[in-house]
Design a protein around this ligand. Structure first.
Ligand code: SF4
Length: 228
């Protein structure tokens, strides 16, 4: 998709993004991470599993998985073929198994079995880039160190012209930097969860429902998809 442009100043864009944030709160109230979890390790594992999969798919297998593997040590010492089989249905299971076991070995060896709480430490774990680290930090630890930019947040930021420096849609870190400049830090985690929710319900990838969209008033792409 070509970059959506507006003539607004940074100040105006900030104002508009805060209106979007307010409307998201009004429309959706409290929304949180859709991945089921009860501790930081479960959230970390579920987030690694969610790559190239859906939260729904991940939520189907995690109750049994979390019952069987309770600690980082359990994952680190697991029989690889057994763990692969447990996570098979989420796709890319060999790679994900390698990431989970690699991350858990480091967690056991360097962090006393506890998931670390800083961006620097988290992104050193295999399979953990800023997106996964932001999910764990924002959702579990309540630290707003960044904004989760997944496929939904990236798509919506583009359509709503809340990112302006990225030349291509793969620039997740650039999109994140733009959003961080626009929004108050305390709202970063909420904003990502609400945008993901909105992307799943209304601003769909193929055919966004602009006519039903509560954010249309502040979206320069509103109505652009009607004939598609
Ligand atoms: S108006 Fe349309 S393109 Fe803009 S956020 Fe809403 S659904 Fe998405």
């Amino acid at each position: 998709m070509a970059m959506v442009t507006t003539n607004e100043s940074l100040q105006e864009r900030k104002k508009r993004s805060r209106r979007v944030l307010g409307k998201l709160r009004k429309t959706y109230g409290e929304v949180s991470c859709a991945l089921h979890h009860q501790d930081a390790l479960q959230l970390l594992v579920a987030t690694i599993l969610s790559a190239q999969s859906t939260d729904k798919n991940v939520n189907k297998i995690t109750p049994a998985l979390f019952e069987e593997y309770k600690t980082a040590e359990d994952y680190a010492n697991a029989e690889r073929s057994v763990l692969e089989q447990r996570i098979h249905s989420t796709g890319f299971f060999r790679q994900k198994c390698k990431f989970i076991q690699g991350a858990c070995r480091i967690i056991v060896e360097h962090y006393g079995g506890q998931v670390p709480e800083t961006m620097d430490d988290l992104v050193r774990l295999p399979g953990v880039a800023r997106k996964t680290a932001n999910v764990v930090l924002g959702t579990w630890f309540g630290h707003n160190e960044g904004i989760v930019v997944d496929t939904h947040v990236g798509r919506l930021a583009w359509r709503m012209a809340l990112t302006w420096r990225s030349k291509d849609s793969k620039g997740a870190v650039k999109i994140e930097t733009d959003l961080m400049e626009l929004l108050p830090r305390k709202d970063w985690a909420y904003f990502a969860h609400a945008m993901i929710h909105h992307g799943r319900l209304v601003c769909l990838a193929r055919k966004p429902k602009c006519e039903q969209c509560a954010l249309a008033k502040w979206c320069p792409s509103a109505g652009m998809f009607e004939s598609s």
